[in-house]
Structures are given as C-alpha cells and as structure tokens.
Design a protein around this ligand. Structure first.
Ligand code: MG
Length: 333
C-alpha cells in the first residue's frame, strides 16, 4: 500500500492546508490558546501577542519588496491584527551554500528598515548553512512578541452588528509573484502590497474605532479570511462583489489567467470587522494612508446562512464564495 505524502496544496492557506493543520498539528498540540485560531496567540493574561512565520518566497526580490521585508511584515502584521504593537522578533535563517553575501546583506538591511517602521527589534536569531541543493537559496523564520494595546479583538466575536471592510485593493502580492515567476513582461504599475500594517492599526485604535476583528489576507486571500471568520464566529458574511477594490492590473491578470482576485495572496492587505456606527470613520482614517486610497466597506454580517460567505454580484445574483482549494501558487510567501 502506498504511503500518504504531503502535497503542495496542503500548504495553500486554503482548504487542504486547514485540514492538515487540524488533523496533524491541532490534534497533537491541542490547547485552549491554539484553538482560538487567531492570527497571533494571546498569552500572558491577554497582555501579549505571540506569532511565528516562515518565508520561502521565490523569487527573493520582486516588485515592491523582497523576502526580508516580507519576513518582518508577515510576523509584525499578525501581531498588529490582534491589536498589538510589535516589540521583539527573532530571526532564523537557513542559507544554501553558495548564496551571495551581497544578497544576504540586502535582505537583512531590508528587514531592519521594516523593523524601524514597526518600532520593533530583533533580539535573538539562528543561522544555519546547508549544502547546495538542500534548500533553495534562503528560507527565513521570524517569531514575534507584541504588546496588546486593545484587548478583546478576536475572529471568534463577529456579530450582525459588524460590517466588513478591506483596507485597500486586493491581490497585488499574488499577482506580482505570479508575473515574476512566469517571467511575464508587464510594463505596469503592478507591485506587491507588502507593507507593515501596524501604523494603520495604530491610527484606528488611537481614534477609538470599535474593531471586532482584523485579519491580514495572506495565503488564501480575502476569500480564506471571510470563510474562516464565518466559521469561527458562526455567522453569514454577505459581500458585494463590486465593492471589493481590485486594481486594473490585478483585474487584467485575473481575467487573463482565470484567477479570482479574492483567492490571491496579499501581504499588506487586511479585512476588518468593525461596529456599524464606526465603519465610515474607519474608512476615512484608512484613506489617510496613501496605499489605502481604495479602502472600502465590502459587506455585512447576517444570520442568513451561518458559516457561509455569500458573494452578491452587481446584477443581483448570489453565490457562495468558498475557501480556495488546490495548489494556486506555492512559495508565495
Ligand atoms: Mg495572518
């Protein structure tokens, strides 16, 4: 009998990935904190957020960012999504023999620039060098601790009093990596949205916006986040397709290749559940950031079909928006 092996789809941030996590990791590690399934674990009596992420993106340098910036944004953003200020990070690298020192220096400088934006520092690290072919160029892991500024933000607390927002146009990171990977010549403004979200979160918290939940739409895209939220909070999320901001560049690539922008990965794009009365103000605050010119209210929370996401078209048709499946694009982050 053939032994089961891991497939690329099991790392897609979607359905197969969720199944692997619950059947292998959650099953073994089972505990109350882990089972909250938040972007970062809330520990130490609700005072600290704690998260880890590994980065394997290919190519290492791409329009708008590189693996170093990504490695800091990825972990800091997961902390920020819990209402936390990123404070301390670790940095572990696995480097392939023969990797250029100059590239390593560029990556580390890029990490430092992004740490400064977050007001965070690297306080511990590890360096491994493995023989040629054992790893592709460089993989980076970062783990971070943040100080929770606003307690109680949770993907398990969304109710019909919330509306759903997105901070900017979606799908830029996924589309950028795809174009770079395929060697497609694009004379366009397309670049990754890779960006630190803490400044945007801080502005919202400083203005006392009643935020219920936040989640960065990384692998699996906005579709994965909305489905995770519908399940975790046992609600129905109804989204209006025409209100989801998509740039012409990303829209064009989706049309050409048959992708759904909602399934494309992002690295500086997050979905928010905000109390109705604060939603217009939240959009206004987000729009004060250059990259958030297209911040928008995209949907509402109802009890229509609990645990499901409904996508409503401009023509009044409705369909379920499912969690992405299959192997869309490995090594996206
Ligand atoms: Mg996240």
């Amino acid at each position: 009998m053939k032994k089961k092996t891991i497939t690329l789809a099991q790392g897609n941030g979607g359905e197969e990935n969720n199944e692997l996590i619950s059947k292998v990791f959650y099953k073994a590690f089972k505990n109350e904190i882990l089972e909250q399934s938040e972007d970062a674990a809330v520990i130490h009596g609700g005072e600290l957020a704690f998260s880890t992420d590994s980065f394997t993106v290919s190519p290492l340098f791409f329009a708008g960012a590189d693996i170093g910036k990504l490695a800091v944004c990825g972990t800091c953003n997961d902390l920020a999504m819990m209402g936390a200020k990123p404070k301390y990070l670790t940095c572990s690298v696995i480097i392939e023999e023969g990797f250029e020192l100059e590239s390593l220096e560029r990556i580390v400088e890029s990490m430092q620039r992004e740490l400064e934006i977050n007001g965070a520092i690297v306080v511990s690290g590890d360096t491994k060098v493995v023989p040629r072919g054992s790893v592709d160029k460089i993989f980076i892991n970062t783990t971070g601790i943040g100080e929770i500024i606003k307690k109680g933000i949770s993907s398990n607390s969304i109710t019909c009093d919330d509306v759903i927002l997105v901070n900017r146009d979606i799908g830029c990171h996924g589309a950028t990596i795809f174009v770079a990977r395929e060697g497609m010549e694009m004379s366009s403004a397309l670049e990754s949205d890779c960006n630190s979200l803490y400044p945007q979160v801080k502005a919202l918290l400083d203005a006392n916006i009643a935020i219920t939940a936040m989640r960065d739409a990384t692998r699996g895209g906005a579709a994965a986040v909305l489905n995770e939220w519908a399940k975790q909070s046992d609600v129905c999320i109804e989204v209006e397709e025409e209100k989801i901001p998509v740039s012409d560049e990303v829209g064009g690539i989706c049309e050409m290749l048959g992708f759904e922008a909602t399934a494309l990965a992002n690295e500086g794009t997050f979905v928010l559940a905000v109390k109705k009365e604060d939603s217009d103000k939240a959009v206004e605050i987000l729009k004060s950031f250059d990259v958030c010119a297209k911040a928008s209210i995209i949907g509402s929370v109802t009890s229509m079909h609990p645990k499901k996401v409904i996508l409503k078209s401009a023509w009044g048709t409705k369909r379920f928006l499912e969690t992405p499946t299959g192997e869309l694009l490995p090594r996206i982050c």
